[in-house]
Every structure is written in structure tokens, then in C-alpha cells.
Ligand binder design. Structure first.
Ligand code: COA
Length: 333
């Protein structure tokens, strides 16, 4: 039913429920050798069913995050301060939807249809990023999202773009180009508020305080309790662990925040110069699990908007799928 993305890849033909059957040891060893050599796995290649299942889960969650992620910023399009900020925000939100399109297309190559993915999102079966379940209360929230959440996403995506599954890596490469631009516009809006009037700076500080715990959650639970990392890293789907990505983010962006005279709501946050790693107070992981399991402040609202959009767009999809002869609104003379 859904129109394709910008790139079209052939789907993998293996039945989806094959992950329950034991793998052929020779094929598995040859597959793992290819991964070790750094080769890309393509949709028509043999792959273990668990690799395919994990990729579908991860890419699908990523695609959902892009289309849901457009919602908190989207609500600010009509209220953006000034014409240039409005134009940039419209373009950014449009890009995020395009990223969803690229990613759904990459996930479809693994054999799950777009409709099945959207149904799983709307029924609450599939997850999407925790950060998009919080409200964007002020314009400063938009600056924090554009700067720090896009920065966090880039840390994750630049790493995973070097991974093993061809269609996902190609989609990520393109996404990273656009995300780098988003980050620049977010940083610019962030700096403008940070060096603005006392009221603007206070508004930014308030947004930063509220967004910091979800941003710390963004990279996933600590390595010791991450259920998928070991297998995903062995198969080079995930190219850095959750804690390593979090550390990389802190290393690159905390100094930029402090430089602007802002504070972060964690008195323990500091770089340990001996280990070279950042130390911090663990964010509330119970809250993280509540949010990703549907009980965040905006989960219900986000899914309600998506359901409405699905219903409103049904006639467009139906029209696009009709044979060309039935599509004509007027008889041809
Ligand atoms: N938001 C929502 N759920 C998250 C999450 C987050 N920020 N981080 C982890 N989770 C979920 C995982 O999906 C998993 O749940 P599941 O088993 O029901 O699917 C559970 O928490 C345990 O986490 P972990 O084993 O560490 O998951 P993971 O190996 O998939 O790593 C990511 C988590 C986010 C690093 C990984 O999924 C990823 O790189 N995703 C692609 C990028 C992406 O989605 N970015 C978000 C939008 S820009």
C-alpha cells in the first residue's frame, strides 16, 4: 500500500518465522567470516534468521522514531520566532519524515511490510525513541532538541553507518548528511538563546534541565543491562556500546554547553582525567522503562496523532494504488 522510498532494494525472501530453526553451521560460519572481513550483507544474501529479526526490530524502531520525532518540533512550526527560523524548521521536519521513508524502505528489504510496521507502531507493539514522548513546551525546547538530540542521533548513526547491513548503512549515510545540517541549525538557535536576554537564557536553562535525563536515556540502558548489544555488536549492526556512545556524546557536547555559561542538572557530571571517561549520576532507569513501554507524558498523544494521520491519508494511498485507468477523474475524449 505504501509508496516506496528514495532507494529501492530487493527484499530478502526467507520466511520471517525461520528464527526458531537451528542455523546451518557452515552457512553461519561463512556469514560470520564475511562480517569479520568487513563485507556488507545485502538483502539477497544468506543471513541467520536472528540477524534479520534483530535488524527489523532496530531499523523499524528507528523509522518510527523519525516520524514520531517530527511531532514535538512540528507543533512549533506556526510559532517559530521569525521567518528564517520557521523556514528552517519546516525543512527539518520534512527531512525527518524523509528519514522515516528511507528507513522503512531499508526494513522492508528484510521482508516485513510497511503496513505491518505501521500497524505495530499504532498498536504499541513496536517501540520508538524515548525522547519523543516528552512535550516541547517552549521555543527553547526546540533549540535543545535540534542541538542535543540531533547530536546524540548523529553519534549513534555515524557509528552504525559503518555496520554490516548494506541497505541500513546506505540509508544512515544519507541521513547523517541531513542531520549534520539539523545540528547546525539547532546549535545556532541554542546559542542565540544562551547569549540573549536573561529571560531567554533562563528559558533555555529550564529546557536543558528537563531534557537532560531523557537525553542521557537516549543511548539505551547501561551496557551491563543491555539485552541486545552483545549479539548486535558481534554481527556489526551496532558499532559501539550504549555506554561508549553516551561517553562520546558527553565528551563532545558537555564542554560546548558549559562554555555558554549553562549548567547541567547533575552535580556528579565530570570527566575522569585518569580513565578518560565521563562520570555521572545514573539517570532514573525506571522512568526510562516506563516511557519506552508506553507510559511517558506524551505516548498516548503521539500515537493518537499518528492514527489520525493514517486515517486521513488512507484515500491518498488507495488512489495511488489504483490501476492507471481507474485513476482518471474525467473521461478522456
Ligand atoms: N528509546 C526507546 N527504546 C529504547 C531506547 C531508547 N532510547 N534504548 C533502548 N531501548 C530499548 C530497546 O529497544 C530494547 O527493547 P526491546 O528489546 O523491547 O526492543 C531495550 O530498550 C533494551 O535495550 P538494548 O538491548 O540496549 O537495545 P539496543 O541494542 O537495540 O540499543 C539503541 C538501543 C537505541 C542504541 C539501538 O536500538 C539503536 O542504535 N537504534 C537505532 C537508532 C535509533 O533508533 N535512533 C533513535 C532516533 S534518532
Amino acid at each position: 500500500m505504501y509508496g516506496g522510498g528514495y532507494i529501492f532494494e530487493e527484499p530478502n525472501k526467507r520466511p520471517l518465522d525461520a528464527d526458531q530453526q537451528p542455523e546451518d553451521p557452515e552457512k553461519l560460519a561463512a556469514f560470520e567470516d564475511r562480517i569479520t572481513r568487513g563485507e556488507k550483507i545485502e538483502p539477497g544474501d544468506w543471513m541467520p534468521a536472528a540477524y534479520r529479526k534483530q535488524l527489523i526490530r532496530l531499523i523499524e524502531q528507528h523509522a518510527h522514531s523519525e516520524i514520531i520525532g517530527a511531532l514535538p518540533e512540528g507543533t512549533w512550526i506556526t510559532r517559530a520566532p521569525g521567518f528564517k527560523r520557521k523556514l528552517a524548521l519546516i525543512a527539518k521536519v520534512q527531512d525527518e519524515i524523509g528519514h522515516g521513508q528511507l528507513l522503512y524502505n531499508a526494513a522492508e528489504t528484510l521482508g516485513k511490510s510497511r503496513e505491518a510496521m505501521i500497524n505495530d507502531l499504532l498498536s504499541g507493539k513496536s517501540k520508538y525513541s524515548n525522547v519523543f514522548n516528552y512535550p516541547a513546551e517552549t521555543w527553547a525546547d526546540v533549540a535543545v532538541i535540534g542541538f542535543l538530540i540531533d547530536a546524540a542521533a548523529i553519534v549513534n548513526q555515524v557509528a552504525n553507518a559503518k555496520g554490516s547491513y548494506g541497505p541500513y548503512c546506505r540509508a544512515l549515510e544519507r541521513i547523517c548528511y541531513e542531520e549534520s545540517f539539523h545540528l547546525k541549525q539547532g546549535h545556532d538557535a541554542f546559542i542565540e538563546l544562551a547569549i540573549g536576554t536573561p529571560a531567554q537564557k533562563a528559558m533555555l536553562q529550564d529546557a536543558l534541565n528537563r531534557w537532560w535525563p531523557p537525553i542521557m536515556h537516549f543511548f539505551g540502558p547501561p551496557d551491563k543491562s543491555s539485552s541486545h548489544s552483545e549479539q548486535l555488536m558481534r554481527w556489526k549492526v551496532k558499532m559501539a556500546s550504549n555506554d561508549d556512545m553516551r561517553n562520546q556524546f558527553l565528551e563532545a557536547y558537555v564542554p560546548k554547553i558549559w562554555e555558554l555559561g549553562l549548567t547541567l542538572p547533575d552535580p556528579a557530571l565530570m570527566k575522569n582525567e585518569i580513565t578518560g571517561r565521563w562520570e555521572y549520576t545514573d539517570p532514573d532507569w525506571d522512568e526510562f522503562f516506563r516511557v519506552i513501554n508506553g507510559e511517558g507524558p506524551c505516548n498516548a498523544e503521539r500515537l493518537q496523532v499518528r492514527k489520525w494521520a493514517e486515517e486521513q491519508g488512507r484515500w491518498v494511498r488507495k488512489a495511488l494504488m489504483q490501476p492507471i485507468t481507474e485513476k482518471r477523474a474525467f473521461p478522456v475524449a
